[in-house]
Write a protein that binds this ligand. Sequence first.
Ligand SMILES: [Zn+2]
Length: 190
Amino acid sequence: MQTQLSVMQLNILPELLNFPRQVELNRVIEGTYPVSKLARLNEALLSNNGDITAKLVFTDSVGFASLKGEVSAKLLVQCQRCLEAVETELSGSFKFALISNEDEIGLLPEEFEPYLIEGEEQSIAELIEDELLLCLPMVTVHENDCSAYMAKQNKAIKAEMEKAKKVQKEAEHPFAGLKALKENLNDKVN
Ligand SMILES: [Zn+2]
């Protein structure tokens, strides 16, 4: 059965919506959401400028009320190599089945993640934020060489690594020192 989708283009996505109602309306909602309003995401960023772009498709698929969609954003994070700013482009997609009871999880086709509907309205902001956090890499570094800052840091990093190696070596042979001490004592006794 072909369903008629009603597409809504919004400048700014609403923070909250009644998701099951959107499914009844077969609604496609496209819009942006300001990065600055997502506190958890901001903790991982250097700047809260810019917008997240999202597309949300509320529809009935294979008998389940579903919410499929995409999120994307250009975000400024800290390069883990030189500690300067680096822009990272993120995009992710999701496919939720809207369920009202946890017992329904077992009935879902594998392709769906469960989304438990509670209360009158559900949070678009939270959903977008969760999806972006999921696709945020653990470590981001500049693709090419890092800035001059890197050269300055290089020497210090090398020294630190040498130090760490030495500590590790000592840890691998914890009795080396003891043996030397014992030999030393023996020498004195004899
Ligand atoms: Zn860098």
